[in-house]
Ligand binder design. Structure first.
Ligand code: SF4
Ligand code: SF4
Ligand code: F3S
Length: 268
């Protein structure tokens, strides 16, 4: 489609590690170049835009004005709120992430929280949460679609963006505002090791014969029975693998506060 026909997307990075962007880059259907040249009109993304410095800042502000009310805003990262939000600042005037998020959200037609940081605060919100980091929905007064995971798969990120573009609406969500098409089932429901769980065949410790035989990882801490996500169906890196296939239990990375709530990761 012509650039003018494609919906404008603006990607804002807050307190995060850029792992979610790394995941996005590995999208295969469509590939990331197909995505940005044929499906969306990408206005700003720290990691993959051509502009830098003042020009990048100008592009950002121009996008807010030009596409007011129509932007698809993707946010990667939690937002520090303690002490007025001063633990995250941008640019020469030290605008806080909190301020930048709020005024950017005013120009948005749809807001997608990409990753557990943006959805639920993420690792920087883990106890004792020194910066008062929270998920972005806590400080915005518009609906936020949460696409959690640390990182979420490219399928879930791109799938949510394309859903909004194709249907002109937000997808149906669960009680944590996660799209049901991606987070409707537990990891455990479609896990390839599920037969071993049902047969009572468990890895008792990493490196044992059960591990060699691909037995269930529940006794070494897998949180798949408590985690809603589609990793066991869609996998990562162009359908190559996912945590349980690689031999470690799911650590529940798409659930709220998993850094605190799902630990210890290697015990049931
Ligand atoms: Fe990084 Fe995880 Fe936060 Fe994504 S959700 S930015 S992968 S820490
Ligand atoms: Fe369930 Fe985890 Fe065992 Fe898979 S490895 S069957 S998700 S407990
Ligand atoms: Fe996260 Fe568990 Fe999937 S740790 S990546 S939700 S398998």
């Amino acid at each position: 489609a012509e650039v003018s026909d494609r919906l404008p997307v603006l990607w804002l990075h807050l307190a995060e590690c850029t792992g979610c962007s790394e995941s996005l880059l590995r999208t295969d259907t469509p590939s990331v170049d197909d995505l940005i040249f044929n499906y969306i009109n990408l206005q700003y993304h720290d990691t993959i835009m051509a502009a830098a410095g003042w020009q990048a800042e100008e592009n950002y502000e121009e996008a807010l004005n030009k596409f007011k009310g129509r932007l698809i805003l993707c946010v990667e990262g939690g937002v520090p709120t303690k002490d007025g939000g001063e633990y995250l600042t941008f640019g020469p005037h030290a605008e806080t992430g909190l301020e930048k998020l709020k005024r950017t959200a005013e120009a948005a037609g749809a807001i997608i929280a990409v990753g557990t940081c943006s959805a639920f605060g993420g690792i920087q919100a883990a106890a004792p949460n020194p910066t008062g980091a929270v998920g972005i929905h806590k400080v915005l007064n518009k609906p936020v679609i949460n696409v959690p995971g640390c990182p979420p798969s490219a399928k879930n990120i791109v799938g949510t963006i394309l859903y909004v573009i194709l249907f002109g609406a937000l997808p149906a969500v669960d009680n944590f505002n996660r799209p049901k098409f991606a987070y409707g089932l537990r990891i455990h429901d479609l896990c390839e090791r599920r037969g071993h769980f049902d047969a009572g065949e468990f890895v008792e410790e990493f490196g044992d014969t059960g591990a060699e035989n691909g037995f269930c990882l529940y006794k070494v801490g897998c949180k798949g029975p408590y985690t809603f996500n589609n990793c066991s169906r869609e996998r990562f890196n162009q359908h190559t693998s996912w945590p349980v296939q690689a031999g470690h239990g799911c650590i529940g990375c798409s659930e709220p506060d998993f850094w605190d709530a799902m630990k210890p990761y290697e015990k049931p």
